[in-house]
Design a protein around this ligand. Structure first.
Ligand code: HEM
Length: 464
């Protein structure tokens, strides 16, 4: 054979082997099965089954049938549900780069697509650093007495009234969020921010129809107003050339190079993340304490001891950070409420590629839902899981079984602030006020987090 023909033959042989190799490769590696479970009807999947019963019942019955990793099809997407602590850790921590947060486009549009939750990579890491900087114990320690003033004013305004706990706690959580974002200045913008934020909130859970007259349309307009007000605050601050230690100050730092739009998206995002979450947990605390008088008594005694130490002149009168470290019983009440109420039933991630996961295939684009609530209510980790028993937190719990603030790079940066504001409110509530629940107390409503029925109406008054 002449050299040219030899070259051609070799090339042809190489190309054919490559073709064969490619052809045979997929079958050489056995294709993994999808997780067990059912996908229901085309498009609607099992969404109807999920929402026609208590979502927890839906998930629990699936776990019983298929185990801790199963597939379903909900809210328009094929999804894999994860109810084991170890597998949840893989999704949220170890392989977080394969499972990214995902939200409906309408929600991104409303809150602002440059907000921390919707992003990954370097931009997310930068935002996270800026948010965490404003919410470390070091930073929030300085605002304990300001939070205390808000708690005192909130409770005073309720004295002698029949009130809806959730509504009142929303106002409290909003005011604390404002304090942590804007400090004590800019009071004149606060009312406008509140007014427009409330309109945004109403539209957030409405149908995403952007036509004049709809809640969604009104919310989108109010959202623009919020950006305008925040831009105004930023320009006033820039003129003053002062150093600010609050969240806005952190976002504004020149070296970080955030645009006004990015700052607005993230400021509104933090208010959104901070408010209903904390308010729902506080509402459940009111309920569980009222239903468990011996726990209420123990919390009251713990809080009274702090006042007594101050009256005996050993401590300054206003509450401070170190006082909040002397509240172990109250802290366990918060932990147990976070567990029993599990207001975030689950979170959403999306597989960025085909992922081999615990012997199954999770196809690219499928949603992955770590089921926080089912983990928190698994009797293997928390015996008699429906029972409210703060003493179960006297001993350390098994790793990864208690994750009310999530886990990994998207876990909650506001968790210290949330616990702090709850402790401060509990201090004044239990030492100065008594309250009783009014109306039916067994129902749960979703708004969108689970809440005691009708937001827990109570009658509250100063102790005589
Ligand atoms: C009891 C109250 C709260 C609960 C139960 C809670 C829970 C959570 C959870 C579970 C996540 C992670 C979600 C996921 O991985 O998909 C999260 C994220 C977040 N939370 Fe909270 N949260 C609370 C209060 C707050 C507060 C007070 C703030 C702000 C001051 C806040 C700001 C945020 C932000 C900005 C994120 C997104 C973090 C990121 O994507 O990197 N949260 N929260």
């Amino acid at each position: 054979m002449d050299p040219i023909s030899l070259c051609f033959s070799l090339l042809a042989a190489a190309a054919f082997s490559l073709f064969l190799f490619k052809l045979l490769l997929p079958s050489a590696r056995p294709k993994l099965p999808l997780p067990p479970g059912t996908l229901g009807w085309p498009y609607i999947g099992e969404t109807f089954q999920l929402y026609s019963q208590n979502p927890n019942t839906f998930f629990s019955s699936k776990i019983k049938k298929y185990g801790a990793i199963f597939k379903s099809h909900i809210l328009g997407y094929p999804s894999v549900m994860i109810a084991s602590p170890e597998a949840t850790r893989e999704v949220l921590v170890t392989n977080a780069h394969l499972f990214i947060p995902t939200f409906p486009a309408s929600k991104e549009r409303m809150l602002g697509k440059q907000a921390i939750f919707f992003n990954t990579g370097d931009y997310h890491a930068k935002l996270r650093k800026l948010v965490l900087r404003a919410f470390t114990p070091e930073s929030i320690k300085n605002i304990v007495s300001d939070i205390e003033s808000i708690a005192v004013d909130t409770l005073r305004s309720l004295d002698g009234n029949l009130v809806t706990t959730f509504q009142e706690m929303k106002t409290y959580a909003f005011n604390v969020a404002m304090l942590s974002i804007l400090g004590t200045e800019e009071a004149k913008y606060r009312e406008d921010l509140k007014r427009y934020y409330y309109i945004v909130e109403k539209g957030y859970n409405s149908m995403a129809i952007n036509l004049p007259g709809t809640l969604f349309h009104k919310a989108m307009k109010a959202r623009k107003e919020l950006s305008r007000i925040l831009a105004k605050i930023l320009s006033v601050r820039r003129e003053k050339k002062q150093q600010y230690t609050d969240l806005l100050g952190s976002f504004m730092e020149e070296s970080e190079g955030l645009t006004d739009e990015q700052i607005a998206d993230n400021t509104i995002g933090v208010i959104f993340a901070a408010r209903d979450t904390t308010a729902s947990i506080m509402t459940w605390i009111f309920k569980y304490l009222a239903e468990n008088p011996s726990v209420l008594q123990a919390v009251t005694e713990e809080q009274e001891a702090i006042i007594k130490a101050k009256e005996e002149g050993r401590e300054e009168k206003a509450l401070n950070w170190s006082d909040t470290k002397k509240m172990p019983m109250s802290s366990r009440v918060i932990q147990e409420t976070l567990r029993v109420a599990s207001i975030l039933n689950f979170t959403f991630r999306e597989a960025v590629e085909d992922v081999e996961f615990n012997g199954y295939l999770i196809p690219k684009g499928w949603k992955v839902l770590p089921l926080f609530r089912n983990i928190h209510h698994n009797p293997e980790y928390f015996p008699e899981p429906e029972k409210f028993d703060p003493s179960r937190f006297e001993a350390p719990v098994k790793p990864n079984t208690f994750i009310p603030f999530g886990s990994g790079i998207h876990s909650c940066p506001g968790n210290e602030l949330a616990k702090l504001e709850i402790l401060v409110l509990l201090h004044h509530l239990t030492t100065k006020y008594r309250y009783s629940m009014m109306g039916p107390q067994n129902g749960v409503q979703y708004g969108p987090f689970p809440l005691p029925q009708n937001g827990l109406p109570i009658k509250i008054s100063l102790k005589k």
